[in-house]
Design a protein around this ligand. Sequence first.
Ligand SMILES: *Cc1c(COP(=O)(O)O)cnc(C)c1O
Length: 462
Amino acid sequence: MSIERDVHEQPGRPPITRGGPSLPQERRLVTEIPGPRSREMFARKQSAIPPGIGTTLPVFVTHAGGGVVVDADGNSLIDFGSGIAVTSVGNAAPRVVERVQKQVADFTHTCFMVTPYESYVEVCEKLNALTPGDHEKRSFLVNSGAEAVENAVKVARHATGRQAVVVFDHGYHGRTLLTMTLTAKNMPYKHRFGPYAPEVYRVPMAYPFRWPTGPENCAEEAAAQAIDMINKQIGAENVAAIVIEPIQGEGGFIEPARGFLPALVEYSRANGIVFIADEVQTGFARTGHLFACEDEGIVPDIICTAKGIAGGLPLAAVTGRAELLDAVHVGGLGGTYGGNPLACEAALAVLDTIEAENLVERARQIGALMLPRLRALAERFDLIGDIRGRGAMIAIELIVPGSKEPDPAVTGEIVRRCHAEGLVVLTAGTYGNVLRFLPPLSISDNLLEEGLSILEKAISSV
Ligand SMILES: *Cc1c(COP(=O)(O)O)cnc(C)c1O
């Protein structure tokens, strides 16, 4: 197979030479989705890569930026996924490209634990300053969200001398042995991958849409049930950490009923339990706050971040109270690649971009644009059971009309129709019946509106 002479070349259009925001910000379908080049590469994927590595939409990407993803057939798709909330500042964001290009020519790796470099320290200083709470903090860097959560639990266990970890229904924390154990959903994350890690206990989540006695009672009753289970079944004095996503991601963008998180924080404080916020999906402006914990003003003891932190380069962080993180002995934390210099430069560029482009406010605007249109849709179609989320992290939950029964089949069909029309959307939810929207914060209002129109058409046609 030869490298394509520019497949994107079209009459009257300059050939694409790079991605980023300078890509034409338009939806443009020149073949069916996926097109012939993507289908050919997908066949190669299937011969070379095990099916365990799934594919949401089999178009092979050559460029991306702003609010679009361009594929090998020259189609330009609207991006409502951001590679799962990663490219919040946009794909190939200019500041990220510039800093990474300089760094890659300077040096690519030393291992921070062997011979350190300044950018790692600067990322940690910034995380210490920007994360919720004005207490003394420390941070360290790892490669993935799962690794951050796993390390946060290690720190909490070490610092408290306790073992039990409390997690929630519908929670998702990653795919390593510990974090898959912390994750609620069997299929596909846990199925036949056991035995799981010990000392992990699951308690109810304040899920307003599905709370048996109604959303008004949800926060108080769920907190009381969770706390009662901890007291009776584990013993508060045996609990090292409570680990929770301030808005659940893979679980279906479940916003806990207001009051639930503060009640858990208060309980943790009173019982010497480390409260760990998994902000891997919600962090870095996504929800209209720099961190989702800010919405109810809660201050976690440890906060885990990843995904949106470095514009697509692999980086994650554990940030927490100095006395917890400093408790671990010299050499007890780390890893070969953690805080790789390219990823650190990218993270510094992301933080600059969030500030310079006012992306926290932009996430709010995106929510303000999307929510009324989705609510109007819900008025018309009673298969929409719930609309929820904050900022640019919005979801709709699809049900069998007249009930609360999840409808994963209709959800899948809507997604297929959106994909066929050139809109990248993702699903989520324990029952597979949630459509989730995570547009890059660099997307234009026009593309957002056009994406919503495609969604509207898909929903009205099923
Ligand atoms: C994605 C995610 C993780 C896991 O991150 P990886 O980088 O895939 O390991 C953990 N927690 C939450 C909330 C996530 O969304």
